[in-house]
Design a protein around this ligand. Structure first.
Ligand code: AMP
Length: 432
């Protein structure tokens, strides 16, 4: 579309469900990401960053049709080169694509990654639900051992606790593997068929494509029907039962309390065996639990994406937007956020000319400063320094510019001393 200087943009607001992060909110996010990375590294996770877009089929195949994410919520586009791409609605399928593409199965297993960044779902925006939101993921690929499920859960819990969360609980379930899941799905389907006349239309549709999804339906009628639905745990084969029991034992050993939720299936088609959610007990507006993170095993995803062999894997996604909005969030401050030690004040044209050189000396000495180079009067600059409660002001006027010196003013007792620029670095060490 051609525009000229007279064209008016009709809508200057950011797209619905997407927002600008700035000021305190920006620092809150960055502080969380830094803390989460630090914890992840202690548990042995390494960083990876996959592209924000993938070929759409990575998600349609991986997450599966019959899920809201794929059927309704994905942002897709056709490029000029006719590639069909999608903005990532989650990180797991991209990670598995990267693992396969880089032949990581030929390296020592498991491979443990953390990754974070924006994800996109065309969902209905509401409190705690955005169309562009941020997830922090932890994943272990290449091991079927139950201790990896426990490690991922523990690392995620530690991140949430370090961010200030206190009233966390875990909902956990096992949906079995291909040995046992099919007989469970058969039983579940026949149960819903018996109740078909009371089942709402959306859930009748779900029943056709993805019967497990009916279990986590939000429809009141279906919730009632679900109370007596058969549960997956009773259908687990011995190997899945053993795996689930071990995961629970690890959690008990770590004093992590959990609640077995037989309706928890986490609709995505790649999940096998363990599925879980970490909830803030009274996090929602109406005082009901709010999901802060969710995850599970996805042992068949690799083959679904075309890999010759299965790659047993387990992971979780932490919803960062919800955490930083919680009253208990510790407002972790990121390393880039530095409290200014010195307020730099300049007076007169000669001083302004040399100001950036002085600021460079301070930067090289790693002294965080604040300044208002665009201002001219001493009064207005000092007023800002007072307001920001910065301990020292550096006054650089005409005389100082000519004599290569600066005045250092202690803002609490208002004492001042003149320091020659060639002694300045030594002097700064004293006040650091
Ligand atoms: P999911 O990938 O759906 O299991 O989501 C994992 C976590 O991401 C959830 O527990 C939420 O905390 C968060 N989350 C999911 N969808 C959204 C959204 N639309 N807006 C904000 N956070 C979300």
């Amino acid at each position: 579309m051609k525009t000229n200087s007279k064209t008016k943009i009709k809508n200057l607001a950011s797209p619905k469900g997407m927002r600008d992060l700035m000021n305190e909110e920006y620092y809150n996010f960055q502080g969380f990401f830094e803390k989460a990375q630090e914890v992840a590294v202690y548990y042995g996770f390494k960083p990876i960053e996959t592209p924000i877009m993938e070929h759409a089929e990575i998600f349609t195949t991986g997450i599966g049709e019959g899920t809201d994410i794929v059927d309704k919520e994905m942002y897709t586009l056709k490029t000029k080169g006719e590639d069909h791409l999608a903005l990532r609605p989650e990180h797991t399928a991209s990670l598995m694509r990267a693992y396969i593409e880089h032949g990581l199965q030929n390296t020592p297993q498991p491979v443990m990654f953390y990754q974070y960044g924006p994800t996109f779902r065309h969902d209905k925006p509401q409190r705690g639900r955005y169309r562009q939101f941020y997830q922090f993921d932890l994943d272990s690929l290449g091991s079927e051992k139950s201790i990896m499920d426990a490690l991922v859960i523990k690392a995620g819990m530690s991140i949430l606790e370090d961010a200030g969360a206190e009233n966390l609980s875990i909902d956990i379930n096992s949906i079995g593997d291909k040995e046992c899941r099919n007989s469970y799905i058969k039983e579940l389907t026949s149960y819903y068929r018996k109740n078909i006349s009371s089942l709402p239309t959306v859930d009748r549709e779900r029943l056709k494509n993805n019967p497990l999804r009916v279990l986590d339906s939000k429809e009141e009628k279906t919730k009632e029907i679900n109370l007596n639905a058969p549960d997956a745990i009773s259908f687990l084969c011995p190997a899945c039962k053993k795996h689930f029991k071990e995961v629970l034992e690890y959690l008990e050993e770590m004093n992590i309390s959990y609640n077995i939720n037989k309706n928890l299936v986490r609709g995505l088609s790649y999940y096998t065996r363990t599925v879980f959610e970490i909830l803030e007990e009274k996090g929602s507006e109406d005082g009901t639990p709010l999901a802060l993170a969710g995850g599970g095993r996805y042992d068949y995803l690799a083959r679904q994406l075309g890999n010759k062999k299965d790659v047993p894997a387990v992971g979780m996604s932490i919803g960062v937007d919800r955490i930083v909005a919680m009253p208990w969030y510790k407002k972790l401050s990121p390393r880039i956020m530095k409290k200014p030690k010195i307020y730099f004040i300049q007076l007169g044209s000669e001083a302004k000319l040399k100001s950036l050189n002085i600021i460079e000396i301070l930067r090289k000495a790693h002294i965080p400063i604040a300044q208002s180079l665009s201002k001219d009067s001493l009064g207005s600059q000092l007023a800002i320094a007072e307001k920001l409660q910065i301990p020292y002001a550096l006054i650089f006027g005409q005389k100082e510019a000519l004599e290569n010196s600066v005045i250092v003013r202690n803002m609490s007792n208002r004492s001042q001393e003149t320091v020659k620029l060639n002694n300045f670095l030594e002097y700064l060490k004293e006040i650091k």
